[in-house]
Design a protein around this ligand. Structure first.
Ligand code: 5AD
Ligand code: SF4
Length: 468
């Protein structure tokens, strides 16, 4: 006799924000799978709709409420047909504004903060019974990781693995310490086990994630505390795991051991996202970043000494309260001095409850706009320069799947550049390729050889569909 399988229910998840949220959405789908929920690609008629929200920049809650307005009608339609649509709001907006959500949108069934996802099945069951909304935004984070199922859905050739959550740094502008709570690191053994599982499921590249990933301090059996460098060294030994990355780091936690890992571990990719936010010491102090521009530049120099082909990415904020033209000029100077392969830049947006939001000297919108444009123009030029400099170069590439056009494959460079080329190569192949052309957001490559670390080259031409 076989176990009765639960009826298939349709689960639609909409994710806003960072890679952590993408990861969390995947895990929420995993914990709901045993209840019979399978992913749907539209909310229309779904049995459950989960909105995984991000609070980091402006208008998050307005976006959420307008989306909820649309879903309310779909929920009513479903009920008219005798069905039930569970509406759930997860993520940082849920954490920060749970009470407001249930007050303004009483038809929402579940509101859950980032630390309670493992309790989702129980909450869904309770929502089926309860008339009002179930709110769950307060639960210790270690229990979350311990209770998530081992059998996560395969993520493919490039996978994410959350090793750390939360932040104790309290940068003036940032909501993360309030929404994600205090820093928490998973135990190294649990991380290594999950990494091995991902590799067994086909991952060749793993990016370990955390809001403050290089503050990682996982407790190993016997009480020893592992930093990120130690964890990466251990992960580098996992057979079949060809590439390692980590994000997001804080300059203050770039210790000598982590810099040395960039020198010693060939599988640690030569690309690092290291947010600096500003090039002005005055602003860095106002932002409570705990380092100066020179400290950052020193770390960059040490990293480049350890790994000469290392390329950098960063985050910048234009128009933090109190920012003068001189401060802005210092940011442009820092960008010039470092030379970024790519970077993100944002106009400062006040997040309620953070110190910067109530600070005097808010910068005029038009000034913020202009400064952001100047930062972005410079970063764009640097990114184009970096991509153009790759033309003619040979590099190791990781095939991630078929490309957009017939006969094409998509791949990723060591510097996280999206690549495409012609040929029938299986996802997961590690190849040597030469860059033939730089485009605004990708590079064309020509394969020159199989480095034998990946699956065998396929000799069969891939089935090609006629272009539409
Ligand atoms: N305004 C603008 N940008 C912000 N970021 C975080 N909070 C704010 C804010 N209030 C940016 C920072 C951070 C990135 C994830 O988002 O640059 O590194
Ligand atoms: Fe936010 Fe990063 Fe600062 Fe933490 S270190 S408060 S996550 S910007």
């Amino acid at each position: 006799m076989t176990e009765p399988t639960p009826a298939r229910k349709r689960l639609f998840i909409r994710t806003w924000g960072c890679q952590m949220n993408v990861y969390d959405s995947g895990r929420m789908a995993d914990v709901l799978a045993p209840l019979g929920y399978a992913p749907a690609d539209s909310p229309d008629g779904a049995d459950m709709v989960l909105l995984n929200t991000c609070h980091i920049r402006e208008k998050a809650s307005e976006k959420l409420f307008s989306e909820l307005g649309r879903l309310r009608a779909m929920k009513a339609d479903k009920e008219r047909d005798g069905g039930r649509m569970i509406l759930a709001v997860a993520g940082c907006v849920a954490q920060a504004e749970g009470a407001e959500i249930t007050a303004r949108a009483p038809y929402v069934d579940l509101v859950l903060g980032p630390q309670t996802y493992h309790r989702l099945p129980e909450m869904v069951a309770r929502a089926h019974r309860a008339a009002g909304a179930v709110i769950e935004t307060d639960f210790p984070v270690d229990q979350k990781f311990d209770s998530l199922p081992d059998e996560a859905a395969p993520q493919g050739v490039t996978a994410f693995l959350t090793i750390q959550e939360g932040c104790d740094k309290f940068c003036s502008f940032c909501v993360v310490p309030y929404t994600r709570g205090a820093e928490f690191s998973r135990a190294p053994a649990a991380v290594i086990a999950e990494a091995r599982r991902l590799v067994a499921q086909g991952a060749r590249e793993i990016t370990v994630l955390g809001q403050n990933v290089n503050a990682y301090h996982g407790e190993a059996p016997g009480g020893a505390v592992w930093g990120l460098a130690r964890l990466l060294r251990e992960m580098a030994e996992i057979p079949g795991l060809a590439r390692l990355r980590y994000t997001t780091s804080h300059p203050r936690d770039m210790g000598a051991d982590l810099i040395a890992a960039h020198r010693d571990l060939p599988s640690l990719m030569p690309f690092l996202h290291l947010p600096v936010q500003s090039g002005s010491d005055r602003m860095l102090r106002a932002m409570n970043r705990g380092h100066t521009a020179d400290d950052f530049l020193r770390v960059v120099d040490q990293l480049r000494e350890a790994r000469p082909d290392l390329a950098l990415s960063s985050d910048f904020i234009a128009g933090h309260p109190g920012e003068s033209e001189d401060d802005h000029a210092a940011t442009l100077r820092l960008i010039e001095r470092v030379g970024f392969a790519q970077a993100y830049s944002f106009k400062y947006s006040p997040r309620p409850g953070t110190p910067a939001a109530s600070a005097d000297l808010q910068v005029d919108e038009a000034v913020k706009d202009r400064r952001l444009q100047e930062i972005q123009a410079l970063l764009r030029a640097q990114q184009d320069g970096f991509n153009r400099a790759c033309v003619g170069r040979a590099m190791d590439i990781l095939v991630t799947g078929p490309g957009r056009h017939p006969g094409q494959f998509a791949a990723r460079s060591p510097w996280l550049q999206p690549l495409h080329g012609m040929g029938a190569f299986a996802a997961g192949s590690l190849l040597c390729a030469r860059v033939t052309e730089a485009h605004p957001n990708s590079l064309s490559v020509q394969v020159e050889g199989n480095d034998l670390a990946g699956p065998e080259l396929s000799t069969e031409p891939r089935q090609e569909k006629a272009a539409a």
